[in-house]
Design a protein around this ligand. Structure first.
Ligand SMILES: [Zn+2]
Length: 282
């Protein structure tokens, strides 16, 4: 039996597959290779396979400080940000306030509230990686707050899909439909986080592909990249930015980006995952 998540666990530290191609300005992607360890693996085993896409996908985020020599030590992190513990209340309040101040993320949160009756979903620390698993969002405890913000903006899109029962399902969907569902959600998550960041006035962030997208937008759609003086026009521009972000993201997911664990193209990875699930079912 073969599973995308499991077969790659042992090779996490050694894989050299790029998660994101080098972006202008020399931003690299080396950090992605360090992600994913036992805390996630064990949870994954409890959970099955339906949602593990984020365990890899969000490794497309680039590491802000390279070399591993910066930032708190593991011992400090264990004391201050224990794996699995809820993030501090004040941090949560700050992040949620930022998300609700952006029209894009706010609409996602309102959809979650409508379905769940509240916005009390858990946000907890992970050892490595930012991802949604069931009703929980995990934030990488090693990252800076700017990364947690963009991670959350992306992951609430997955969370919304989870609550609405819209996530891909290998048991009920055919192969192509499953791949399409997974990738549509992925692209929507990234497009939504890009627009959220831009609505917050942020033009540099470690979110996978974001800086490259901002550069591309300035060249290809200067009329959208330019901030309008008229608020209505600005809102219309932001809706249009999401529309141009979708095909840009699809092209990158199809042709440039690879999962840092599997080294596979995302579409191939989901196809392989569907195959593995079906091979394993008697
Ligand atoms: Zn995602």
């Amino acid at each position: 039996m073969k599973s995308v998540a499991k077969q790659n666990k042992p090779s996490v530290a050694t894989t050299n597959a790029p998660a994101v191609s080098a972006a202008p300005g020399g931003r690299g992607n080396a950090w992605a290779q360090e992600r994913l360890t036992a805390d996630r693996a064990s949870e994954e085993e409890d959970h099955g396979h339906d949602h593990e896409h984020d365990h890899e996908e969000d490794q497309s985020r680039e590491r802000p400080a390279r070399g591993g020599g910066r930032g708190p030590s593991e011992a400090t992190l264990d004391a201050e940000r224990p794996v699995g513990a809820a993030i501090p209340t004040d941090l949560r309040a700050r992040l949620m306030a930022e998300l609700t101040s952006a029209a894009e993320s706010n609409s996602v949160l309102e959809a979650i509230r409508e379905k769940q009756g509240n916005l009390d979903f858990p946000i907890v620390w992970s050892r490595r990686g930012g991802y949604q698993l069931r009703d929980k969002i995990n934030l990488d405890r090693r990252e800076p707050e700017s990364a947690w913000l963009s991670t959350l903006a992306h992951e609430i899109v997955h969370l919304k899909a989870h609550f609405y029962g819209e996530q891909g399902n290998t048991a009920t969907q055919g192969r192509e439909a499953y791949i399409q569902t997974q990738m549509d959600e992925e692209i929507e998550g990234s497009a939504s986080s890009y627009v959220t960041l831009l609505q917050l006035g942020i033009t540099q962030n470690s979110a996978g592909g974001f800086n490259e997208f901002v550069d591309w937008l300035a060249v290809e759609h200067p009329e959208l990249a330019r901030s309008a003086l008229d608020p209505d026009e600005e809102l219309a521009n932001q809706a249009e930015i999401k529309e141009v972000a979708r095909p840009w993201l699809e092209d990158h997911y199809r042709n440039e980006w690879r999962g840092s664990q599997s080294g596979l193209n995302y579409y191939d990875k989901w196809g392989d995952h569907w195959d593995a699930e079906h091979a394993a079912t008697p």
